[in-house]
Design a protein around this ligand. Structure first.
Ligand code: NI
Length: 177
């Protein structure tokens, strides 16, 4: 169990572009993924990108199980995604609230592609190739943005739709991302 400190917005390491993983199934990569899982679980997140724990590599994890605490959330399979490539399918977009473990306590409305294809590799180097939509597509776009040094507040176009979770949603408990 190794819960790492999640870097918060303002730490310059979050603005860096991460490097592609060259070797799969190495002890270092497997240890990184264990640390990421432990950290995401401890912070109750829906996803985590390696740069959020200070590792400048193109590795993200995500996954959401249906949970009575979050009746609105759609389930997303537990996924390790390395060196991802996202291809938008069509031009349709959705606006929805996002949060981030690197931006604790806040939520913002972000526009994302409604449907995407994503490709990449798991930790063993096996190909992943999925076409997804809705919340699943949003989570992938959010996590992969971290690999290019982009945090969701940089994508907010209407700053009145950005604020503290407790003020925006006084009646709801929301999961961090
Ligand atoms: Ni995030």
């Amino acid at each position: 169990m190794a819960v790492k400190t999640v870097l918060r917005m303002g730490d310059a390491r979050l603005w860096q572009v991460s490097a592609a993983v060259k070797n799969f199934a190495t002890p270092e990569l497997l240890q990184l993924l264990q640390d990421m899982r432990d950290t995401m679980q401890a912070m109750n997140g829906a996803g985590l990108a390696a740069p959020q724990i200070g590792v400048r590599q193109r590795v993200v994890i995500f996954g959401v199980q249906l949970n009575s605490r979050y009746p609105d959330a759609e389930s997303v399979p537990e996924t390790v995604l390395i060196n991802p490539v996202i291809t938008p399918l069509g031009t349709a977009t959705d606006d929805a609230w996002e949060g981030c473990l690197s931006v604790p306590g806040l939520r913002g409305q972000v526009t994302r592609y409604s449907q995407i294809r994503y490709q990449g590799f798991d930790e063993q180097g096996a190909l992943i190739d999925r076409t997804v939509s809705g919340f699943h597509a949003r989570v992938v776009q959010h996590e992969c943005d971290h690999l290019d040094g982009i945090l969701y507040p940089m994508r907010i176009t209407d700053m009145t739709q950005f604020g503290y979770t407790a003020e925006l949603f006084p009646d709801r408990e929301l999961q961090d991302e």
